[in-house]
Design a protein around this ligand. Structure first.
Ligand code: PLP
Length: 383
């Protein structure tokens, strides 16, 4: 064999019986088959064997299996990000002429997809009041195929009565999808509450260190799996095994991080409640959060994201100056990492309310909460 050929020989020479506590990072696009008869292009690799890296190497399938196990679902698809997870669900459950419902408190890019891509495909996505509960019945049409829930909602933090919505939806044969990112898939048990498809941005708590982008879509049962699978294959939602490896590592410390984040976040939320310039604090564990009683009924705990409003003595300009004056809190989107973040939503639109640039969202990180409170305190406007 020429040395050039030797360089390309894929045959393993080292022993392969290495057992460690870490999941190996398997890279690879091509899968080598035993013989021609074994060649397939089957995305159901967990059942039928490996066929192509696009449908996940063993690293991605390990992550998928672990998330499915935690969620208690039939199967999980790992996708390039939370937004890709949202796209997979829309495109699996809606076709031209479908009607879908999305809470007006949903993650902004979800609503952007509803009004952009989905509208262009002749799918009518209608916003609804997140606190609607069983009255969702009035909005379901003959052609409704999907109801989104997101609880708590993005920025305004409304807790939804998911079981009530599921009850009505299932009576009318409509599927319910949940964006379960706030709960890291664990603080709210999506499938125990009847949801058909649960997704989360692994970018947030599972990644946990602001250094990767991934999403997960979990199917409750065979029906949801059969809807999602073919579209997952057609979209070619490839993920990096390196990112999956980081997410697998993140799972190992998710519980201790969530415990610490919950404690610190509550301490800071309660400090804000007592501050004379603060009007409302939208933290699920506080009675001032819309739907707090439902949170108490349905959730195992709270996490690190919440919002608050300044009272009317504080101008929108002072709110911006407050955020700019923070030193430990960084200004940024996304959340779930180790650093505390703050951001103003100057143009937040809700049908029933104008926040007039006075709503700030915080993500609490793993810094000492006393330092964070000092940071907030020093940045507060002087009135
Ligand atoms: C961040 C986020 C997403 C999107 O996740 P990416 O991985 O950033 O695409 C979706 N839903 C919610 C509620 C989020 O907070």
């Amino acid at each position: 064999m020429d040395w050039r050929t030797k360089l390309l020989d894929p045959k393993p020479y080292a022993r392969r019986d290495y057992t460690s506590l870490a999941t190996p990072v398997f890279r690879g696009s091509t899968v080598v088959f035993e013989d021609q008869a074994a060649v397939t292009d089957d995305w159901r690799q967990a059942q039928n064997g490996y066929s192509y890296g696009l449908y996940g190497t063993p690293t991605a399938l390990e992550l998928a299996a672990r998330i499915a196990h935690i969620d208690g679902g039939r199967e999980t698809f790992i996708v390039p990000g939370g937004q890709a997870a949202i796209a997979l669900i829309y495109l699996s459950y809606c076709t031209a002429g479908s009607h879908a419902l999305v809470p007006y408190s949903a993650y902004g890019p979800n609503k952007a997809m509803a009004e952009g891509l989905m509208r262009g495909l002749n799918v009518d996505v209608q916003p609804y009041d997140p606190l609607i509960g069983a009255d969702i019945s009035d909005l379901i049409r003959e052609n409704t195929t999907l109801i989104w829930c997101e609880s708590p909602g993005s920025v305004t933090m409304e807790i939804q009565d998911v079981p009530a919505i599921v009850r009505i939806a299932h009576a009318k044969n409509v599927a319910v999808a949940l964006d379960n990112t706030y709960s890291a898939g664990v603080m709210f048990d999506a499938f125990a509450h009847g949801v058909d498809v649960s997704m989360q941005a692994l970018t947030k708590y599972v990644g946990g260190h602001s250094d990767l982008l991934l999403g997960a879509v979990s199917a409750r049962d065979n029906a949801a799996f059969a809807k999602l699978g073919p579209i997952y294959k057609q979209l070619g939602l490839a993920v990096s095994p390196d990112d999956c490896s980081l997410a697998l590592r993140g799972l190992q410390t998710l519980a201790v991080r969530l415990d610490a984040l919950e404690r610190a976040t509550l301490e800071i939320a309660r400090w804000l409640v007592a501050h004379p310039l603060v009007d409302e604090v939208f933290h699920p564990a506080l009675p001032s959060c819309p739907g707090h009683d439902i949170w108490q009924r349905d959730f195992q705990g709270s996490t690190s994201v919440f919002s608050f409003t300044f009272n009317a003595t504080v101008s929108a300009k002072q709110v911006t100056q407050f955020v700019d004056a923070l030193k430990i809190f960084k200004i940024g989107l996304s959340w779930g990492g180790v650093n505390s973040l703050a951001v103003v939503y100057p143009n937040l639109e809700r049908p029933d309310r104008d926040f007039a640039g006075r709503i700030v969202r915080l993500n609490i990180g793993l810094e000492n909460p006393s330092d964070l409170i000092k940071d907030l305190s020093l940045a507060m406007p002087s009135t």
